[in-house]
Design a protein around this ligand. Structure first.
Ligand SMILES: [Zn+2]
Length: 279
């Protein structure tokens, strides 16, 4: 079964949880411009362990550690680092490996989004590196402006790979740029799914309702718990609520751990919508 066939099933798909903050929790230095990408060469073993722990927790999709392996961050090493990160993710035994495509600049600074030609060159190159490395799908995530999300989506389309597009929103349902989620959904209306991520879990349901009303595409969510310190069992109840609101894809963003993903997997199984069944 390919990812698109899986997405067409009624059972929700479980993504993994955080990679960057989980590496930091395990003592890996993720400071500096490369952020979590430093771990690809400094600690490939620990990075692989994080991925494998998410697979064991029940994640069907593992997102390769390519959030900061684009040329803007990684320079001439971009292609090699991207390939190494994808290889480490594929070795985890994941059913599907997604390539992460993040904003070229700081994901919380929409004002820094580069001009179109720069963004286009960067995203085209990164998407091609990911496709060449053998990812099964692309996850355009933490997008803070419609403009850059559209450019990244166009770059992803050139690869022919299934593509999910995820926006970081405020609790009022606007992107960090101030643009409403409805407009964002319309701008990437041909994506295979449209999600929100890196938001407070408690704010997600209201935005998901609006996203559900704005698009007929599959929707999904994965939350940031760095502020709320949401415990795994409570996080799993949020995820259950998101599934109840129509989310076809759930997972965890910053601060979430394999324990959170395991709790969500158990919750999905309890409602008869299991992800990967781990014996
Ligand atoms: Zn996040």
């Amino acid at each position: 079964m390919n990812f698109i066939e899986r997405l067409a099933q009624r059972r929700p798909i479980l993504l993994d949880g955080a990679t960057g903050t989980e590496l930091a929790r395990r003592g890996v230095d993720i400071t500096g411009p490369l952020w979590s990408a430093q771990a690809i060469r400094a600690h490939p073993d620990r990075l692989g362990r994080v991925h494998a722990d998410y697979v064991a927790a029940g994640a069907e999709v593992i997102t390769a550690n390519t959030f900061r392996t684009n040329a803007r961050a990684a320079g001439p090493q971009a292609e090699a680092l991207t390939a190494e990160a994808v290889a480490i993710a594929r070795a985890s035994g994941a059913r599907w490996v997604a390539g992460s495509i993040a904003p070229i600049e700081d994901c919380y600074r929409p004002d820094l989004a580069p001009p179109d030609p720069v963004a286009r060159t960067q995203h085209d190159r990164h998407a091609r590196h990911l496709a060449d490395a053998g990812v099964a799908l692309l996850l355009i995530e933490t997008m803070n402006t419609i403009r850059e999300a559209k450019i990244a989506r166009e770059a992803a389309r050139l690869t022919g790979l299934p593509t999910l597009v995820s926006f970081v929103c405020r609790g009022d349902g606007t992107l960090l740029s101030g643009e409403p989620i409805e407009e964002a959904a319309r701008a990437v209306a041909d994506a295979d799914a449209i999600l929100v991520n890196c938001m407070e879990p408690a704010s997600i349901s209201d935005v998901l309702r609006r996203l559900r009303a704005a698009t007929s595409r599959p929707i999904g969510a994965y939350g940031n718990i760095l502020t709320s310190r949401t415990a795994p069992d409570l996080y799993a109840r949020f995820a259950r609520e998101w599934v109840g609101l129509g989310a076809a894809i759930v997972g965890g963003c910053c601060g979430t751990t394999p324990a959170h993903i395991k709790a969500v997997a158990d919750e999905l199984r309890a409602i008869g919508g299991s992800a990967n069944v781990v014996a």
